[in-house]
Design a binder for this molecule. Structure first.
Ligand SMILES: C[S@@+](CC[C@H](N)C(=O)[O-])C[C@H]1O[C@@H](n2cnc3c(N)ncnc32)[C@H](O)[C@@H]1O
Length: 182
């Protein structure tokens, strides 16, 4: 069962210090995905595929796809192995540096949901790119926004400047997420 597979993968990631979403963020993501039922999902940075599997497993119920990308070839090959073990088929992974590609070329159509999880000082620039391909009812989740708040001044400036409607939610102790339009 996929939840057992995810539990095992979470333990392996913890033992190897691979940064993945917290259990609280996982629970929240599953809930918000059920609520909005997005079709085309984009994940900016996947590591070994933990959060990709969470998203894909949730949205498979209504038959849609998650696109993701990972820059590290080692992580990418582990990701391929993990996806095989999950038996999920609604995932497209690119072994790309996301900074060097046109996001629209990755997904080819408007997206309904984006999840961003890595270099905090780039969150604002990804937000700009994602908003250009986000459908009118689309929503975005950004991870780790409390722990790394000192690296996010550009993001907070951007949210205020563009008057973007967002909420910050505490997840695990000391950290949390930002949800835009969710
Ligand atoms: C925090 S991890 C992602 C964890 C994943 N969201 C999860 O919870 O399972 C961030 C990953 O982003 C990758 N990464 C960093 N910069 C990147 C870039 N420019 N393009 C693609 N992937 C990148 C790193 O190699 C790392 O594996």
């Amino acid at each position: 069962m996929i939840q057992d597979f995810l539990k095992g993968l979470r333990i392996i990631c913890q033992e190897r210090d691979i940064p993945i979403i917290s259990q609280q963020t996982q629970d929240y993501l599953e809930g918000i995905l059920y609520k909005h039922k997005p079709k085309i999902c984009l994940e900016i940075w996947s590591a070994v595929g933990y959060s990709t599997i969470v998203i894909a497993n949730t949205i498979k119920e209504w038959g849609w796809t998650v696109y993701s990308c990972e820059i590290s070839y080692t992580a990418y090959t582990e990701w391929i192995n993990n996806i095989k073990q999950s038996w999920l088929t609604n995932i497209v992974l690119y072994p790309f540096d996301v900074n060097k590609v046109d996001l629209m070329k990755l997904v080819t159509k408007e997206i309904d949901f984006a999840f961003i999880d890595w270099q905090k000082n780039q969150y604002a620039s990804y937000l700009t790119k994602i908003q250009n391909i986000l459908g009118s009812n689309g929503f975005i989740v950004l991870d780790d926004v409390i722990k790394y708040r000192n690296k996010l001044s550009l993001l907070y400036w951007y949210l205020q400047e563009k008057q973007i409607n967002y909420k910050m939610l505490k997840m695990e102790p000391g950290d949390g997420i930002i949800v835009i339009n969710g």
